[in-house]
Design a protein around this ligand. Structure first.
Ligand SMILES: CSc1nc2ncnc(N)c2[nH]1
Length: 158
C-alpha cells in the first residue's frame, strides 16, 4: 500500500514579484516557503489551499483564481510516507498578507529570491514555475538539507 500525504503549496505572484513566507515554527522552520500544508480528510485539495492561505497569511483566494502549476513528490530517507505536494499559483487575492504565528510573509522580486534560505528543491523547480511551464518533480532527501537524487520534467497538461 502506498503511503503518501497530500499537501498544498501556493505562490501568489505577478509579473514583478512573488510572495514567500518565513516559516516561524514546525517543519521547514526559518526557511522561506510557499504557503500551504496538509490536506485534511474532509476537504478537497483546492479547499485546503484556500484554507491554508487564510490561516498562514490572512489572505483570501478564490478557487477560480488558483492555477494548478505543478506537482512535487518528496521522499525522505527512513520515512515511508511520501509528500505529494500540489503546487498552485495565483495573481488575484483579497486582503493584505499579514504575519501569523506560522508565517511572516514578504514580497520578493524575481532577481532576489532567497534560495539559500529555502528548501534545496526550490532552486531546481522554480525556473519551471517562473517560466509558466507545468512541472512534475520527484526529490529524494538523504537528510533535511541534502537531495540525493531528483527528476523533474515539464508537463504538457496537469
Ligand atoms: C519538504 S520539501 C519542500 N519544498 C518546499 N518548497 C517551498 N515550500 C515548501 N513548503 C516546501 N517544502
Amino acid at each position: 500500500m502506498v503511503l503518501k500525504k497530500v499537501y498544498t503549496l501556493v505562490f501568489l505572484r505577478n509579473e514583478k514579484k512573488i510572495l514567500l513566507g518565513l516559516k516561524k515554527r514546525g517543519f521547514g522552520i526559518n526557511k522561506w516557503n510557499g504557503f500551504g500544508g496538509k490536506v485534511e480528510q474532509d476537504e478537497s485539495v483546492i479547499e485546503a489551499a484556500i484554507r491554508e492561505m487564510k490561516e498562514e497569511c490572512c489572505v483570501t483566494v478564490k478557487k477560480d483564481d488558483l492555477k494548478s502549476v505543478g506537482q512535487l513528490d518528496f521522499t525522505f530517507e527512513g520515512d515511508p510516507v511520501m509528500m505529494d505536494v500540489r503546487v498552485f499559483s495565483g495573481v488575484v487575492y483579497y486582503g493584505t498578507p499579514s504575519e501569523t504565528d506560522e508565517m511572516a510573509p514578504k514580497w520578493f522580486t524575481y532577481d532576489n529570491i532567497p534560495f539559500d534560505d529555502m528548501w534545496p528543491d526550490d532552486r531546481l523547480w522554480f525556473p519551471y514555475m517562473l517560466n509558466n511551464k507545468l512541472f512534475y518533480g520527484k526529490f529524494h532527501y538523504k537528510d533535511l538539507d541534502t537531495i540525493s537524487n531528483y527528476d523533474i520534467r515539464e508537463l504538457k497538461s496537469m
